[in-house]
Write a protein that binds this ligand. Structure first.
Ligand code: DON
Length: 610
């Protein structure tokens, strides 16, 4: 009797294994344990039982993870840090199986599209920085593009006034998505495992569902009305629960999204940019005055770009060039910082915050005037990073007095944020490093799900300057350099960055946060290189932001103490507290080669390593 009971619990355990293991183990266990046998069969039964037990324990060992996971994780070989625990697990399991950092990137990206739909995406775009163990660093631009029918005044009415919200929600807000082509382009060149295998975890998470976190449950409930308002059919929005509110731990199943991933597994690029997925996407756009056509989809191509490179206190920085403003702006900030002893001035002292603010004020003024897609606009990269220009900018800074932003002009040749971008950092066992920031822009992008295909479209068109002097959703200004033109890429602040020291990998870093991305990456680099923090402290430390206009220092609540604020106000600064800034997911390589992964405590961000 006891034998049969033990047998039944073992059988229950087997039923939790995957189907193939079931087919083998289940009948053996049933035969050996449940059915009464006599005579010689009893001995055979014991041998069979032994074989089955060995098999099951083998399965259990295979299923057991060999890696550590959490907010702060140390590893000797490999590390993944992303915005969601499930996506981080998918990535580290690819690395455990011998995949490289680019394989893990592809698997994490598709997994994030499923488990972190706020920002993980198929309907958006982004940038990848990739460092090989040889030290070679490349960058891939898979930023969205304006559709061919786009034009400069498309968000203005007949009086030239901006039509509220048109570049932010609904089908007109979307650019042609670049993420799928970006992932496949990188994989074709550097991947080692089959694409099908890398997309399988995402497929499974979409098809079988995954338990949502408390933050996600709150978010989906909060956005319910908005999703219903912007979609044709509320019954096909995966994030809208038809009966009641979401709760932590409930399974989110996304069958249409699973079918889209399957089409990409089967047909590669054509599974997204042509055929059923493209047709569903274009139909969704057309149903709401959107202008993306099948030809826009078929023509989209990610582009390899020259990384922006520079030195800072003996370290070499590699970051993203145009159409991102991130690399140039970060390098300008670091080059100016080299004129001061930031470490000696102290972390978050009034002097440090004052200097950082003054540098940021000048850098964002340059950004507004000079930066845009270099395929369409002559970006004066050399001039902006020229030592003499940097020195002249530093000389304008009064060490004890704030400059009025109105007096700060860009180089002459002649606002509340959401968290809907995401960054992930990966290092593999052979020292390859990947730094990717990807986005659908603001909160759930355009809010429009492609019916039948299960994914959200971006509202990246708002990153263009819809009209000179009119700020975008992040309060950023722009002009001709970033005006809308067919097939142009909108200017970005995304700053995926890799830092090298003494010829070795030192840091992989990046964050979401709209206009605050550049200053967040800048602060984490300073925290490590000047303030000598470990990565966990560097990531969790309070952040402070300034972007030229509006003329405020924006500290995260509690980031600056009252005495520091008073001292800054005395210098002439205006200060406005705000909510949290960014979600930095980063990896630091210690002097002994040990990896420290840090997931930002501000979100569900998660590290895993071994
Ligand atoms: O590319 C950019 O700069 C923006 N679309 C990023 C938006 C963003 O970070 C939103 N999340 N916080």
């Amino acid at each position: 009797m006891l034998f049969a009971e033990v047998g039944q619990s073992l059988i229950d355990f087997i039923s939790k294994l995957d189907p193939l293991k079931n087919i083998i183990a289940y009948p053996i266990m049933k035969f050996t344990l449940i059915h009464p046998v006599s005579g010689k069969l009893r001995y055979i039964r014991f041998i069979a039982l032994f074989v089955a037990m060995a098999y099951i324990s083998g399965c259990a060992r295979i299923g057991k993870k060999e890696y550590q996971e959490g907010k702060t994780v140390y590893g000797n070989k490999a590390m993944v840090v992303s915005a969601h625990p499930e996506a981080t697990r998918v990535g580290i399991e690819v690395l455990e199986k011998g995949g490289n950092a680019v394989d893990a990137m592809v698997a994490v990206h598709f997994a994030l599209a499923v488990v972190y739909p706020a920002a993980g995406n198929l309907g958006g775009g982004g940038f990848m920085m990739y460092r090989q163990p040889s030290g070679e660093v490349v960058s891939l631009d898979f930023r969205e593009k304006a559709p061919m029918a786009a034009y400069e005044e498309m968000y203005q009415d007949e009086n030239g006034d901006i039509i509220d919200g048109l570049s932010l929600a609904g089908p007109m807000a979307s650019g042609v998505p670049g993420s799928v082509d970006g992932m496949l382009t990188a994989h074709a060149k550097y991947g080692s495992l089959p694409l099908k295998t890398l997309l399988q975890p995402a497929y499974k998470l979409a098809r079988g569902g995954f338990p949502i976190t408390a933050k996600q449950a709150n978010n989906y409930n909060r956005y319910r009305k908005t999703f219903i308002e912007h979609n044709r059919d509320s019954t096909v929005i995966p994030l809208v629960k038809l009966d009641g509110e979401w709760e932590e731990g409930e399974l989110l199943v996304q069958k249409d999204l699973a079918a889209t991933i399957k089409r990409i597994q089967k047909s590669g690029r054509d599974g997204f940019y042509k055929g059923k997925t493209a047709e569903l996407l274009v139909a969704e756009m057309k149903a709401g005055n959107g202008i993306i056509e099948l030809e826009d989809m078929a023509k989209y191509q990610a582009k390899w770009r020259e990384p922006v490179t520079g030195k800072y206190r003996g370290a070499t920085i590699y970051s993203m060039g145009p159409p991102s403003s991130g690399g140039i702006a970060l390098m300008q900030l670091l080059k100016m910082s080299e004129h001061f002893s930031m470490g000696d001035l102290g972390f978050h002292s009034p002097e440090t915050i004052h200097l950082m603010t003054e540098m940021e004020r000048r850098v964002y003024a340059d950004r507004a005037k000079h930066l845009g897609d270099a395929d369409f606009w002559d970006v004066p990269k050399e001039e902006l990073l020229d030592d003499r220009y940097i020195t002249s900018r530093v000389k304008q800074i009064n060490p004890t007095k704030a400059t009025d932003s109105e007096e700060v002009l860009a180089m002459k040749l002649d606002y509340q944020e959401s968290e809907e971008t995401t960054h992930y950092s990966i290092v593999d066992a052979n020292g390859h490093a990947v730094s990717v920031t990807t986005t659908i822009n603001s909160g759930y992008g355009s809010k429009v799900f492609v019916s039948g295909a299960g994914f959200l479209m971006n509202n990246e068109m708002d990153d263009f300057s819809s009209k000179p002097g009119v700020p975008n959703v992040y309060g950023l200004l722009g002009g001709k350099a970033n005006a809308i033109q067919p097939e142009k890429r909108m200017l970005s602040a995304m700053t995926p960055t890799i830092v090298e020291k003494d010829g070795k990998l030192k840091m992989v870093v990046g964050t979401p946060g709209g206009s605050t991305i550049i200053t967040s990456v800048y602060q984490v680099v300073l925290n490590v290189l000047d303030h000598e923090m470990n990565m966990t402290d560097a990531v969790s430390a309070g952040r402070v932001h300034h972007q030229w206009k509006p003329n405020f220092i924006f500290p995260e609540r509690d980031a600056l103490d009252p005495t520091t604020k008073k001292a800054l106000e005395k210098m002439g600064h205006q200060i406005k507290d705000r909510g949290s800034i960014g979600r930095v997911d980063a990896i630091l390589v210690g002097a002994d080669g040990q990896l420290e992964g840090a997931g930002d405590p501000r979100g569900d961000d998660w590290a895993a390593g071994f």
